[in-house]
Design a binder for this molecule. Sequence first.
Ligand SMILES: Nc1ncnc2c1ncn2[C@@H]1O[C@H](COP(=O)(O)OP(=O)(O)OP(=O)(O)O)[C@@H](O)[C@H]1O
Ligand SMILES: [Mg+2]
Length: 254
Amino acid sequence: MGTDSAIAIDVRHLTVSYQSRPALLDVTVAVERDQLVGVIGPNGAGKSTFIKAVLGFVKPDLGTVAINGQPAQKAKGQVAYVPQRGAVDWDFPITVREVALMGRYQQIPWYRNPGHRDRQAALEALEMVRMQDFADRQIGELSGGQQQRVFLARALSQGSDILLLDEPFAGVDAATERAILDVLERAKKSGKTLVVVHHDLSTAAEYFDKLILIKQRLYAYGRPGEVLREDLLSRVYEGRLRIFSDIVHREERP
Ligand SMILES: Nc1ncnc2c1ncn2[C@@H]1O[C@H](COP(=O)(O)OP(=O)(O)OP(=O)(O)O)[C@@H](O)[C@H]1O
Ligand SMILES: [Mg+2]
């Protein structure tokens, strides 16, 4: 296992199956530090599975995941996660402040309650996503875009170097999308590595330094211009390529 300090997430030959049906096959990707990386691919391509495997939530059949040069099992707490919206029970009775504080729980020993520093970190994270004024509201009372920002705050309060986000822009309006992107860019500037599942190919080149294109297998990994190529997209998205011709062309312009 390499200990190259420039690599934040080192995935090698990753194969993950559900009931012996492979969702990911032999995926090898090394994500460098301080990058904003997008994961693209059609529905069912294995994007969420990829994120969950990096987190250690699903067990690989084959292959390895290393975080900051260490096996993923030893790196718990170094990776923060914003789940796909559908995976969260939004009726759970909990305030915005408490959700942000949940990001701290991994650092708090079982015998101690959250302290001042934890509360401060949670509040700062809410400020970063501009949700501090909603701190005492129930999470279930917020709009989808506001809930998404609170979940981003939960991940930020953890203070991890690495953030994994599963479709943070799904179902939010254009202004919220901008606000979330702005937070991600600031997090990157402050030295974080971000891996973001994203389904809108029309903004992928603008938002990300690099793209991971998967559909069970890794089809491409590199700069947006290297990944958003017509031949690759037509193989991965099959018949639906026509709507992407626009994106491919835009990429080719100087
Ligand atoms: N818990 C599970 N049990 C069984 N099969 C699963 C499970 N989770 C995912 N799968 C299957 O694995 C494949 C990859 O799913 P995954 O959720 O990783 O795709 P995705 O790219 O995130 O899709 P989407 O764009 O719809 O979110 C799919 O065929 C899916 O049906
Ligand atoms: Mg998914």
